[in-house]
Structures are given as structure tokens and as C-alpha cells.
Design a protein around this ligand. Structure first.
Ligand code: MTE
Ligand code: MO
Length: 173
């Protein structure tokens, strides 16, 4: 009688350990799913879309024809390789119809970019820098980059200000 009681409580202890282990695994799994979820860029406003915003993850962008800009910039030392896609190609893809882009970043920064910049210059939406994906909470998911070195006109505050990093939203107006 006493023996079977001890056995029973031992089973309960094991069962408890097992349920804690399962719970721990579930927490671990949901944490890694949350980490794998990339921040995306939402394009809204005057675009062709049945259901509102069109979203692009860095992976989605990387599936399009890549463009590389090798340039110096106020934020990097020496020449940096930025990889991305032409802003004009993305605007074409979503059938953007307007004159200005209201760009917003994860850090709260906002700036207006004339759509004419996309055709006047080889502006890119960058997702990689020197071969690495842009870093989360620094520049990710996207960074608007102008070819500052190839056009003297671009190496000025006006265009640096439009070089928004942590870009998460573009509203076409
Ligand atoms: N997400 C984000 N992008 C940004 C900014 C910012 O604060 N946040 N500053 C802008 C401005 S006003 C300029 S001039 C350039 C350079 O900013 P810095 O001199 O602070 O590096 O980046 C632009 N892009
Ligand atoms: Mo600025």
C-alpha cells in the first residue's frame, strides 16, 4: 500500500517535469517563430491593389533583379556596396500613380520623397550592405540609397535627409 503510494507520487513528479518541458519547448518555438518574422515594407496610397497595402519583405525584394550601388556615404567609411532594387521598378510593380512618396521608418522618422527622384536618379531600396542583410534595429528592413558619388548634386543634405533607413512604409500620393 505504502509502496504503491510512493510510486504514484513519483509518476506525478515525472508527469510534472514532462509538462514543464513541453511548456518550455512551446515557449522556445514561439520565440523563434517571432524572430523569424521579418519586418516588412508596406506600400499604400495610390497603387493598384485589391486589398489595400502591398507588402515586401527583404526576401521578396531579393527575388527581384538586384542592383548594386558602390558609394561613400555620410554614415559609412570608405566605399560601401549597397544591394537593392530600383525604386522606380518597385513603383512600377505596384502601379504607383502620384507625385510624392511619404516615407516612414520604424524609429518614427518620416520624410517626403518626390517620385521624380526615382526617374531622375538611380535610387535604390537597399536590403543588403557589404554582403550582409541590413541589421535589425539599425537600418533594417530597408534603406533608401542614392548614388551620392556619381552625381555631385546628390551629395547634399536634401538627399541625405531622403535617405531614410528602417523604412517600413511608403504612401503614394
Ligand atoms: N530612419 C531614419 N532615417 C534617417 C534619419 C533618421 O533619423 N531616421 N535621419 C535622416 C536625416 S535628416 C539625414 S541628414 C540623414 C543623416 O542623418 P545622420 O546625420 O543623423 O546620420 O539620414 C536620414 N535618414
Ligand atoms: Mo538631416
Amino acid at each position: 500500500m505504502a509502496k504503491s503510494y510512493a510510486l504514484k507520487s513519483e509518476i506525478i513528479v515525472y508527469r510534472n517535469i514532462l509538462s514543464w518541458a513541453v511548456l518550455f519547448l512551446l515557449i522556445l518555438m514561439s520565440a523563434s517563430i517571432a524572430m523569424a518574422e521579418e519586418t516588412k515594407l508596406a506600400i499604400t496610397g495610390n497603387i493598384k491593389s485589391e486589398h489595400g497595402a502591398i507588402y515586401f519583405s527583404p526576401g521578396d525584394m531579393a527575388a527581384s533583379k538586384p542592383v548594386v550601388i558602390v558609394t561613400s556615404s555620410p554614415w559609412t567609411t570608405g566605399k560601401t556596396r549597397f544591394r537593392g532594387v530600383f525604386l522606380r521598378d518597385i513603383l512600377d510593380k505596384v502601379e504607383a500613380d502620384g507625385t510624392v512618396l511619404k516615407a516612414m521608418a520604424k524609429d518614427g522618422y518620416t520624410v517626403e520623397i518626390p517620385i521624380s527622384d526615382a526617374t531622375d536618379y538611380d535610387v535604390i531600396i537597399a536590403y543588403k550592405m557589404d554582403g550582409e542583410w541590413l541589421e535589425e534595429d539599425v537600418y533594417a528592413p530597408f534603406w533608401i540609397i542614392y548614388p551620392y558619388d556619381t552625381d555631385d548634386e546628390l551629395a547634399q543634405e536634401k538627399y541625405y535627409g531622403r535617405s531614410i533607413w528602417q523604412l517600413t512604409q511608403l504612401i503614394v500620393e
